[in-house]
Ligand binder design. Sequence first.
Ligand SMILES: Cc1cc2nc3c(=O)[nH]c(=O)nc-3n(C[C@H](O)[C@H](O)[C@H](O)COP(=O)(O)O)c2cc1C
Length: 163
Amino acid sequence: MGILTEDMKRVISQNRLGFYATVCPDGTPNLSPKGTTMIYDDDHLGFVNLGSPTTLSNLAANPAIEISMVDLFIRKGYRFKGTATIVTEGPIFDGIRDSYKGSSVQPLIDNVKAAVLIKIERALPLISPAYLPGVTEEETRAQWEQHWGQVTNDYHAETAKQS
Ligand SMILES: Cc1cc2nc3c(=O)[nH]c(=O)nc-3n(C[C@H](O)[C@H](O)[C@H](O)COP(=O)(O)O)c2cc1C
């Protein structure tokens, strides 16, 4: 059995947007989002380089990486710590690149020259402190569905006003 549980896979595949921390040569952190996060297998994640020069140069010098992914509706997620390998050809590169076939990302992928494979060495849950007073997952989901529904309605109302 691999390190990725079914619920981790759900959060990754539903959200796809992960926040990736790498280490700069001067020891400072570098954090940037990747919306192409994919499950390579039960122990590995991947993403494609569409415009992440600092992440890639940091990884070339130091493969340490940590990824944070959160389900914004239930305010729970996971953090994955591991080691990254940059791949520019071969079956792993092809496997990551081909995983986006038929998805909305595909038009961006055709000219991709590098992908990153991450071996996950530690996976820990993230749970919002909002749960501490005994709030349930159902209550949390209802609250944030309402919030994002309101954000969406406000956006459309504003757009309609401007047109
Ligand atoms: C929602 C979102 C998704 C993104 N997805 C990716 C991605 O999958 N791959 C990538 O290379 N860049 C992606 N980017 C762009 C990088 O995060 C952005 O260019 C960033 O400045 C790169 O910084 P870095 O070089 O420090 O990694 C995404 C940006 C956003 C806002």
